[in-house]
Design a binder for this molecule. Structure first.
Ligand code: GLA
Length: 378
């Protein structure tokens, strides 16, 4: 949908012109999976796919939401009666953001918002973070609320934790709010130190393929909380604030000190995954980009065997790509379905892409490069 079409759609529904249009991207995570809620390291980048919002303020306390991507027509809410757990469907994400902004003391009233999105929904590419971040950015800018991008991401995370009730970490919202074009974002989740790492694959004759398996296994939502609780239990058993505090060289001793096999597996994934993020960072800094491939693949094996959140479809995509000569491949995001990423040489793209499509005909794929973070469009 073009900007003009988005504004027309807004005007058709709301009977007036929007005050502005904002965009926030989805993300893929290059490396660093489930490390965010362990105070560790992540390295996502923004997709060129965005959720856009045409927005105008209202002075009657009504929040009126429509989405080109979602069925169900107009959702109308009253900002005074927003309450955690009270909103159903996709509208809970923008409602959560508005509630959290108000709870943080910002005098934000009602709004008319029309959304359109190119982020594949359910693909593990953070369509919900894009929806949160675009809403938060638009409302903050319209109401003159000055907030750093990291604080905006933390507010969106809080809205998902408290209002939506999902115990997610802060990676996805930070990626959507803070990434910059042509870069992956190295984030230390404990200190919130950010570094924009140049990630120009085309210049090196490389490509990154995103393969959306278009499956999401039903137990995904509950499993996330259980994994997080397991990691926290492991850290507690070790007498540490978080698994981030297990140094890679101390992994053997930490594993020996843990009481059960599940906690050992979770710990091994987190500690080795933090190490992989730093390895990838070092290789990118050294201009040795093709060598990140095996590190990504090792990350997949760890998620499959230790964290146990892959699935047959993701393994099939990864195995097919690797057997056709990909430099590396891994699942990306929360797991139990969603998308995989494949790093490959440009010359191998057609062959690998065709083999993956044949192995999993219901999948969708696209080649991608890092796009910009959230921004005002007009
Ligand atoms: C989901 C969560 C993130 C992160 C990833 C796994 O995308 O929203 O906070 O934990 O899973 O890395």
């Amino acid at each position: 949908m073009t900007e003009a079409a988005l504004e027309r759609a807004f005007t058709d529904v709301h009977g007036r012109a929007p005050e502005g249009v904002w965009a926030a991207p989805g993300r893929v995570n290059l490396i660093g999976e489930h490390t965010d809620y362990n105070d560790g390291f992540v390295m996502p980048f923004a997709l060129p796919h965005t959720t856009r919002a045409a927005v105008a303020r209202r002075d009657d306390g009504r929040l009126r939401l429509t989405s080109a991507a979602m069925d169900g027509g107009l959702v109308e809410l009253d900002v005074e009666t927003l309450a955690p757990g009270a909103t159903e469907g996709w509208a809970k994400y923008p409602a959560a953001v508005l509630w959290t902004l108000r709870e943080a003391g910002h005098a934000i009233g009602g709004a008319d918002i029309h959304y359109a999105s190119t982020v594949p929904v359910g693909g593990g590419l953070s369509s919900s973070a894009a929806l949160q971040v675009v809403t938060a950015l638009a409302l903050c800018e319209l109401h003159g609320v000055g907030m750093s991008r990291q604080d905006l991401a933390l507010l969106c995370q809080r809205s998902e934790n408290v209002y939506v009730g999902a115990p997610v970490g802060v990676m996805d919202q930070t990626a959507s709010a803070c990434c910059t074009e042509g870069h992956a974002l190295h984030l230390d989740v404990r200190t919130l130190a950010q570094r924009q790492v140049p990630f120009d694959l085309a210049a090196e004759g490389l490509r990154l393929l995103v393969v959306d398996t278009r499956v999401k296994h039903a137990h995904a939502d509950g499993a996330y909380g259980e994994l997080r609780a397991g990691c926290e239990a492991a850290a507690a058993a070790l007498g540490l604030p978080a698994l981030r505090d297990v140094a890679y060289d101390d992994l053997g001793a930490a594993l020996a000190a843990l009481p059960d096999e599940r906690l050992r597996r979770l710990t091994r994934h987190i500690v080795t995954e933090n190490r992989r993020v730093e390895e990838v960072l070092g290789l990118l800094d050294a201009g040795r980009t093709p060598e990140i491939g095996p590190v990504l693949t090792a990350g997949h094996a760890s998620l499959r065997d230790d964290f146990r959140i892959s699935c047959a479809e993701l393994d099939l995509v990864v195995d097919t790509a690797l057997s056709e000569g990909a430099l590396g491949a891994r699942m990306t995001g929360g797991g139990f379905g969603g998308s995989a990423i494949v790093l490959l040489e440009e010359s191998a793209e057609a062959k690998i892409s065709a083999a993956v499509a044949q192995a999993l005909p219901s999948s969708r794929q696209f080649v991608t490069t890092p796009g910009p973070g959230a921004h005002r469009v007009r």
